[in-house]
Design a protein around this ligand. Structure first.
Ligand code: 7TS
Length: 408
């Protein structure tokens, strides 16, 4: 679909769960940043795999095994296309962004030594903080944090000043799950590379909502989660630029990732198999492939435009409610609206909205350092997916107005 032909009614009809009610109200699901709902074709693709092609991959001579392997490798090619990777072998299947970050921190960490520096930013999700911290503590590496401006942008001048010969890794989120800010990854990566650093991008909130091109971005590694991209839970993937991926030591070990095992010495397969020890989530990969085909057919540009329009509408209407304050007002934003309402705790707000059928998230959104920087413990967050509508924005705004009146 193009922006002109984008038809939310046609799209919604493909998501069975959107027909349900919450507390007797039509459900307005505004928490796609946490997890996206699944279109019927993803559910069907997963079911069809189990019904017709289930077997373990890479291990058998029989036809079923070949079919399962083809389905799994086909999904890898689809992920490569979604991210515009140069080759499917640059795609590693993992459980999700969290596992990708743990893998990268562990394996890249092996090339670091005391005095080296890892640059993170103040707007990272805990999944892009804690794995690096564990490595840093073990090795004696220093973590430095790029500050965030009042309107929720990265302070790029500070970033440039922090880059230096000790900077080995820069790990940054493409889109902030808490502020909605879209970071200038291309620029960040260019500067990091000229300082000789490896660039890791957390694409959990970008891959479902923006056209991602890892080659144009200049990312060395780029991770995302299947469940946020309208695919199943328990599957995700990361891109690794081929030469770097080939050098990267393994993370988990066991079956399927080895070339040869003896008690004296074990050698490993090439990437990506070197990083996929044991039986992977085969059906999950098949479902993810279907989800990404669905996104490609729907059109990433049209999806972005639709979600941004809804977020802007929500901001415009919420701004009229007394006491509403937004967090993340940078010009480059995705379909995420984080806000507080004076006198109403975000958790109370979420509960009141839930009673009216509106599902939003309240809390720290796994970004505690960010909220510490803004001096608050939590916000309410509405996040939009390709299936959301103007009516759902209305339901959100009416619910917030109602809550504000209740508490004042
Ligand atoms: N990185 C970012 C930017 C995220 O938003 C999330 C999940 C993760 C990493 C972790 O992804 P996972 O699939 O491995 O769990 N974010 C959220 C959220 O905003 N609300 O719930 C989960």
């Amino acid at each position: 679909m193009t922006t002109e032909t984008f038809d939310v009614g046609i799209l919604r009809a493909q998501f069975p769960i959107l027909d349900r009610t919450l507390h007797g109200y039509p459900m307005a699901y505004l928490d796609s940043a946490a997890t996206a709902q699944k279109p019927r074709r993803v559910i069907e693709a997963t079911r069809a795999f189990y019904e017709t092609s289930n077997a373990n991959i890479n291990r058998g001579a029989y036809k079923l095994c070949q079919e399962a392997t083809e389905a799994y490798e086909g999904a890898r090619a689809t992920v490569a296309a979604h991210l515009n990777a140069a080759h499917p072998n640059e795609i590693v299947f993992v459980r999700g962004t969290t596992e990708a970050m743990n893998l990268l921190a562990h394996s890249l960490g092996q090339g670091l030594g005391p005095g080296d520096e890892i640059l993170l930013t103040h707007m990272e999700h805990h999944a892009n903080i804690v794995p690096w911290q564990l490595v840093a503590e073990r090795i004696g590496v220093t973590i430095r944090v790029v500050p965030v401006t009042e309107d929720g942008r990265l302070n790029l001048e500070a970033y440039r000043n922090m880059l230096g010969p000790r900077t080995r890794i820069v790990s940054v989120t493409h889109v902030s799950n808490a502020l909605g800010t879209v970071n200038p990854v291309c620029e960040i990566a260019r500067d990091a590379r000229s300082a000789g650093a490896i660039v890791v991008v957390d694409g959990a909130q970008a891959a479902p909502h923006l056209k991602v091109d890892v080659q144009a971005l200049g990312a060395d590694f780029y991770a995302f989660s299947g469940h946020k991209t309208y695919g199943p839970t328990g599957i995700g993937a990361f891109y690794g630029q081929r030469a770097l991926l080939e050098e990267l030591p393994p993370y988990q070990s066991g079956g399927d990732m080895i070339a040869r095992v003896s008690f004296e010495k074990t050698t490993f397969k090439a990437a990506p198999q070197r990083f996929e020890a044991g039986t992977p989530n085969i059906a999950g990969a098949v479902g993810l492939g279907e989800a990404l085909r669905f996104l490609a057919e729907t059109g990433m540009d049209a999806i972005s435009a639709h979600e941004c329009e809804l977020a802007e509408l929500a901001r415009k209407k919420l701004a009229v409610v007394p006491g509403v304050r937004f967090y993340g007002t940078a010009p480059e934003r995705a379909g995420i609206v984080s806000f507080t309402v004076q006198g109403v705790h975000p958790h109370d707000l979420a509960t009141i909205l839930d009673r009216r059928g509106v599902a939003i998230r309240a809390g720290h959104h796994c970004c505690q350092p960010l909220w510490e920087r803004f001096g608050i413990p939590a916000t309410a967050r509405a996040s939009f997916g390709l299936y959301n509508t103007h009516q759902e924005v209305e339901a959100l705004v009416e619910g917030v107005s109602y809550a504000r009146e209740l508490f004042t």
